[in-house]
Design a protein around this ligand. Structure first.
Ligand code: UFG
Length: 336
């Protein structure tokens, strides 16, 4: 993709949920690759400070089909859809909210895309569609058996997109994130997630003194140190995959689903210990009961992403994940 091409030749991308943590990195990557980007976000979880001056912004809600219709009349070559509720634990107590936003909201988007003639969808899916791993690493052929309602909503939408492809020719890329982490290494995204539940932001909030201590959920798992192992993948690596997937759809006119991870397992204790070393902060951590629904180990096989998208993780090593996140938390907390 030539960065210097004329505005009139730029592909136009609508990034729905582009003011969120992952969405802002995806938006930055499309802009860097020379695309014209419009961000559509209701700012419920997304942040105004995650918006970039070189992208257009429309304040709108996926629950309002008319608002989607209005923005889509502008004409786009593709939509990236990241607007969703994403806390797996919460989805088990608020299935109604997750059904509305993740299912009905996405159906609104897909229907308006059909009406507007937008041919390509890049969908933010999740490793949660697989449930507890039966084999490791998890490749695309692994049985899909979500164990929380959040994962169910993602799987349901993947299947719906399969039908829209068969019946209406809509092409999609389902990108199944493993554990997204890290921040833009150039420091261009500075928004902190509101009330984060995920491991690395919790570790960082503790290091920055925003919370007194943190919990390690269980140390009696059948893993090398007894804590859960996850596959952490840098958001900027994830972001590059979205651009590659969009280009793949344009070239091959064929839908795809890929698993995206670093293919490396990191335990909770390893994450906390390395964060202590990098930040120089004590990060008090107390081992407590297991958290319901946590599989002992999740590690991706990203062989298909390499093969079909030419994608490889390039900044998902543990030190870059922690360092890039610490820079943002440090700055936000006024730590020099
Ligand atoms: N953990 C702690 N203490 C905390 C937070 C997390 O010990 O305060 C542990 C968890 O128990 C787990 C590991 O850190 O063992 C990672 O937990 P996260 O909540 O960061 O991530 P999950 O693996 O539970 O889930 C994440 C996303 C999901 C996605 C999944 C895919 O939140 O949306 O990755 O792998 F589906």
């Amino acid at each position: 993709m030539e960065k210097a091409r004329e505005t009139s030749e730029k592909s136009r991308i609508l990034v729905i949920g582009g003011a969120g943590y992952i969405g802002s990195h995806v938006t930055r990557e499309f802009l860097d690759q020379g695309y014209a980007v419009t961000v559509f976000d209701n700012l419920s979880l997304g942040l105004r400070r995650n918006l970039f001056p070189d992208a257009d912004f429309v304040h709108g809600d996926i629950m309002q089909a008319m608002q989607l219709r209005e923005v889509m009349t502008e004409g786009y070559d593709g939509c990236v859809h990241l607007a969703a509720l994403k806390a797996a634990g919460e989805s088990m107590t608020r299935p109604d909210a997750y059904a509305s936003v993740n299912l009905s909201g996405t159906i609104n988007i897909l229907n308006e895309m059909l009406a507007a003639g937008i041919p390509n969808m890049i969908f933010s899916s999740s490793a949660a569609i697989f449930g507890s791993p039966r084999t490791l690493p998890i490749d695309e052929g692994h049985p899909k058996s979500p164990e929380n309602f959040y994962g169910y909503t993602k799987l349901e939408i993947e299947q719906l997109m399969g039908w829209y492809d068969r019946l209406k020719g809509l092409k999609y890329a389902a990108i199944r994130y493993f554990n997204a982490a890290g921040y833009d290494v150039a420091g261009r995204v500075q928004g902190l997630e509101v009330n984060p539940q995920n491991l690395l932001p919790v570790v960082m909030e503790t290091a920055a003194g925003m919370r007194k201590g943190m919990k390690i959920f269980g140390s009696d798992y059948p893993t090398r140190d007894g804590t859960c192992i996850r596959d952490y993948v840098h958001v900027s690596d994830l972001a590059r995959a979205h651009v590659s997937a969009f280009e793949y759809l344009g070239r091959h006119k064929e839908s795809i689903a890929v698993n995206l991870g670093s293919e490396t397992g990191v335990s909770v204790l390893e994450m906390v210990q390395r964060a202590r070393e990098i930040t120089g902060k004590p990060i008090p951590a107390e081992v407590t009961e297991r958290r319901a629904g946590d599989p002992a180990e999740l590690v991706a096989s990203s062989g298909k992403a390499k093969e079909v998208l030419g994608w490889e993780a390039s900044c998902s090593d543990l030190d870059t994940l922690i360092n890039s996140t610490w820079q943002v938390y440090r700055k936000n907390s006024g730590i020099s």
